[in-house]
Structure formats: C-alpha cells, structure tokens
Write a protein that binds this ligand. Sequence first.
Ligand code: FEO
Length: 176
Amino acid sequence: MGLIKIVVMVSTNIENALNKQIRIEAESSQIYLSMACWAESKGFEGVAEFMFAQADEEREHMLRLLKYLTERGGKAIISELSKPSTDYNSPKQMFEEVFEHEIFVSNSINELVSLTFEEKDFATHNFLQWYVAEQIEEESTARTILDKINLIGDDRSGFYLFDKDVRSMIAKPSAQ
Ligand code: FEO
C-alpha cells in the first residue's frame, strides 16, 4: 500500500495573498528585465548583467511561491503583469527605483507574514522566513549600490569602474 500524503490546505485568504505575491515577484522580474535592456542600450554592460541576473532571481522567487502554494493544495494563478518603465534618466534614478521597489516588496512580505499569524498558518509562516531574509539582502544591495553612485557624483570615469564593480556584485544562488 502506498503512502498517503496528508496536506493541510491553505485557507482562501492565504491562497489569495500568496497569489498576490506571485504576481509581485513576476512583475519585479519584468521591471529588472526592462532595466537590464535600458542599461545595455546605454553601454552599462556590468549593470545590464546585474539586472538580468536580478530578473532571473525574481522569477525564482515567483516559482518558489508557486510551487509552495501548489504543494499546499492551493491553485496558483498566473495573471497579467503591468508594463514596466522603459526609460530612466540615469543609473542613479534607476537604482533609486530598485531600492523603492524592494521596500515595497518587503512591506508586502511583511503583510503576508502578519496574515499567517491571523490565520494560524505556521507552515506558511516558516516558509516565508526565507523571503524575510532575502529582502534584507536585496534592500542592502540596492542601498550599497546607491552609496557607490553618490560617491562617484559627476565623475564620468568613476562610472566606468562602477559598471565593473556592479558586475562583481551579482548574487550567488541562495541556499535552498
Ligand atoms: Fe523578490 Fe526583490 O523581491
């Protein structure tokens, strides 16, 4: 006789909130893909590579949520996505938007964690801890890059080194 896997299904509220987060992560991936294209068009190859890697990471974040929701008996919904900006005034403006976006994502994760308490869904609570840690990392990286840009100021040769430097900051895949 085979083993019967008993899974406690997620509540409708948790299912909806996880689907909302799935969309946010997918939109993050699109935003960073668009930023990568802009950076490449302006000759910032290191920044472009960094943003392409970020876009891949966000897709991984989306997939991780999707698989979890499915495992817990929920239905993952793939929805339409908002069109990201396609133009930026400068790398500085672009990374300011990255930073603001990551704060928005962190707030959304925090709301989700708070909902797991209300719903007494401690499995989802545990699952989300990876995202809580990841957001600290992502906000910190964006802040570090903005600090570097502010140090450079208007020094054009500084941007050449900055571009190389950002390439070296591409995150290694996180532990599962
Ligand atoms: Fe998956 Fe950058 O938030």
